[in-house]
Design a protein around this ligand. Structure first.
Ligand SMILES: [Zn+2]
Length: 362
């Protein structure tokens, strides 16, 4: 079975916000939620254990994400913080949710914190079909205000976090989406301690200035877990959420990997849900992947970072995809576009696996 690694999903945020249970199938969750406001709020779910298995999605970078109150858009958003103490509490609750998921459903989910646990998860996918596959979860902070001061980072490492994205919007550590700015003095200390601990850096959402500074300063493994190329997104209302070509080239120089997001607003500039799903297709996803491959000169620096259920659902993903099980169709489209099987494998899993082999502790 061709495996997939997905570099960005807000699974715990969904557990806390909507009470979703990722062990259920997509179909079951959709049925249960049909009479609730959830489909109107964020859309029909895209995530569920049986669907990960069907799609061969073996490893996920699973976020601890909290939203600053100043960026709250909807009444139903509850995982929001006014203070760093709030951010800490809400992110710890998400780390606890992942630990509970892995303990209560040990046959389905497993935390990946080092090379041995990564090997254990991958081993469960051998066999065709695999007998009892487990989804490996690599805990990733998205927006580091939950880290109340840089010196607290070892506690997060001890809790299992292996990747830190300092920004979402701006944080005390750096400028972020819609909030330009540099790394702050605390941001520089955060990167230093991440380097000391051997944590990976996720530069998605970092403002361009902070991004460039971080690429100069950080010596460890660097990824952009969920970012698309700005060059293909004329008309986007948030151009600074996407990566300019110079930013992509610099990440490639650092041997980083960029997770392309199959989210219609990040595939067609100015797209709105009322435009309908049909106008955005897998071709748009392939164009993004291909743009990065052309800049890099190879297929070693792009992967997938679906962000599925991260504030959007079924009605905002390309026609041709129905759930996480369908990410494999992106591989089939790449093959039809002329990508060699080895390159398709690299994009679906190999490049992220290289980052994890390099960035996770022994
Ligand atoms: Zn994000």
């Amino acid at each position: 079975m061709r495996l997939i690694i997905d570099a960005h999903e807000d699974i715990a945020w969904n557990i806390l916000t909507f009470g979703r249970d990722p062990t259920r199938s997509v179909a079951e969750t959709r049925t249960r939620e049909a009479a609730t406001p959830i489909p109107q709020q964020q859309g029909d779910t895209l995530l569920g254990y049986p669907d990960y298995v069907r799609g061969g999605v073996a490893v996920v970078l699973a976020t601890l994400h909290v939203t600053p109150l100043r960026r709250k858009l909807h009444e139903w958003e509850t995982v929001t913080y006014a203070t760093q103490a709030d951010a800490y509490r809400l992110a710890r609750a998400q780390a606890d949710a992942y630990h509970r998921l892995a303990e209560d459903h040990a046959g389905k989910f497993q935390l990946v914190t080092d090379q041995a646990t990564l090997d254990e998860v991958l081993e469960t996918w051998s066999g065709d079909p695999p007998a009892a596959p487990r989804i490996g979860l690599v805990m990733t902070i998205e927006g580091a205000d939950c880290v109340q001061e840089p010196q607290e980072l070892p506690d997060w490492f001890a809790a299992g976090v292996r990747v830190v994205g300092p920004a979402w919007s701006g944080t005390r550590y750096c400028g972020g989406t819609r909030e330009p700015g540099p790394l702050t003095p605390d941001g520089l200390r955060l990167l230093q301690i991440m380097d000391d601990l051997g944590m990976m850096l996720d530069v998605s959402h970092m403002a361009e200035q902070a991004y460039c500074e971080a690429l100069d300063r950080f010596s460890g493994t660097i990824i952009a877990s969920h970012s698309n190329a700005r060059a293909l997104l004329d008309g986007s209302p948030v151009p600074d959420r996407h990566l300019g070509d110079a930013m992509i080239r610099r990440l490639v120089e650092r041997d980083g990997v960029i997770g392309v997001v199959p989210y219609n607003r990040f595939l067609k500039g100015g797209w709105l849900p009322e435009d309908g799903r049909a106008v955005v297709t897998l071709e748009h996803v392939i164009w993004q992947i291909d743009h990065i491959c052309q800049l890099a000169g190879d297929a070693q620096h792009t992967g997938l970072g679906s962000d599925f259920d991260g504030g959007f659902g079924l009605n905002q993903i390309p026609a041709g995809l129905d759930s996480i099980a369908d990410l494999r169709f992106i591989g089939e489209s790449l093959a039809r576009s002329g990508y060699q099987p080895t390159d398709v494998d690299a994009i679906l899993s190999g490049n992220w696996l290289r980052m994890l082999r390099q960035g996770l502790p022994e």
